[in-house]
Ligand binder design. Structure first.
Ligand code: GLY
Length: 354
């Protein structure tokens, strides 16, 4: 089948990759393939640390379980290594009340079979690097992971290129539809036609698709200096080790598409990180990145499966986590006409009711 993907973040490129690997002829159209929020993502695979429940949790766990195979398929085709680990995330608590709250959720997860280890206040103090600093206690969510989102994006671009996926640089301005089918996609440069269309336009979906997706600005710091075994996740900041540096994330701002890195953002993140790990005061500051999470009113993604198209947007804080399951959902629909139960659960229709 001849397939056109609109958008080149992790969701769009992984869908292009999987469809091309399955033998389809795939093109991607994007305004700028370096613009996607995925390039700025922390890459934490953290459904439990993020406190997800219900459908969002099961959707996340499905994706987490698809990750190892997805990474190895991609590494093979892209012929490059992607930093990826699944040695758990330490969910840090800052006081007794928060520790009790997270503990309640952690016990619920554990009853469902999730690997959890509680580290109380006394125990945490004995562990490096928590000999000083404010953290009260922690929970180790053993199955959570961490992927280098920049490397993932590099690999997706290379993997797509190696499979013959063509990338068109253009800004799409109009979708021509007739009897519920997409007829063509119009851009400033050209008009595009395909047998099937996939819309993965992230935070920029509102004007083109008329869906309630809005940007939630995030600033994230890059620093170099200390080695950390695993991600530290807290409400005031998270510290995410990569191969050669650390990320400190992330602000959450209602600021539209304001792409400026600000001193206020740097201060919030720096203060949070130093409260967690005072030893970070001496690390080398490498820079700030700014991205736009595709927010939705209920923080769930938005799917729509049409006769010859699929919409997959609104991945908010979990775009990297939900990448394999999103690509898999689209692949099953294109290949077998199969509708995953999540397409109904997260259908765009929920915003039209009432
Ligand atoms: N998932 C972390 C964030 O969006 O900041």
């Amino acid at each position: 089948m001849n397939i056109l993907i609109i958008g080149s973040g992790a969701i769009g490129l992984s869908t292009a990759f999987e469809l091309a690997l399955a033998g389809h002829s795939v093109r991607v159209v994007t305004r700028n393939y370096e613009e996607g929020t995925s390039w700025v993502a922390g890459g934490m695979l953290a459904p439990f640390s993020e406190g997800l429940t219900g459908d969002l949790l099961s959707f996340s766990v499905e994706s987490l379980n698809l990750y190892p195979d997805f990474i190895s398929r991609l590494e093979d085709v892209a012929r490059m290594k992607i930093y990826f680990s699944r040695n758990g995330i330490l969910r840090i608590t800052m006081d007794e009340e928060e520790h009790r709250e997270v503990g309640r959720l952690a016990r619920e997860y554990a009853r469902g079979g999730v690997g959890v280890e509680e580290i109380d206040s006394q125990e945490l103090r004995k562990r490096k690097p928590f000999l000083s600093g404010e953290p009260f206690g922690a929970f180790l969510f053993k199955e959570e992971g961490n992927v280098d989102a920049e490397k993932l994006m590099d690999a997706l671009l290379l993997g797509c290129e190696n499979l013959g996926v063509k990338i068109h640089i253009d800004e799409i301005t109009e979708i021509e539809k007739k009897n519920g089918r997409v007829e063509s996609i119009k851009g400033y440069r050209d008009t595009y036609r395909a047998d099937f269309y996939v819309f993965t336009t992230g935070a920029w979906s509102k004007s083109l698709l008329k869906l309630p997706v809005f940007p939630v600005k995030g600033q994230i710091l890059k620093v170099k200096g200390i080695e950390l075994e695993r991600v530290l996740y807290s409400k005031i900041a998270y510290i995410i080790p990569k191969e050669n540096y650390l990320l400190i994330g992330a602000t959450s701002e209602d600021a539209g598409f304001d792409s400026r890195a600000t001193l206020g953002g740097v201060r919030t993140l720096t203060e949070g990180a130093l409260r967690l790990l005072p030893s970070l005061g001496d690390v080398e500051f490498l820079g700030v990145k700014v991205g736009f999470r595709p927010g939705t009113p209920d923080e769930a993604p938005i799917f729509e499966a049409g006769e010859n198209y699929f919409i997959c947007v609104g991945h908010y804080r979990n775009g990297i986590l939900w990448t394999p399951v999103s690509a898999h959902t689209i692949l099953s629909y294109v290949e077998k006409g199969e509708l995953s139960p999540y397409v109904k659960k997260f259908s765009a229709q929920r915003f039209l009711v009432g």
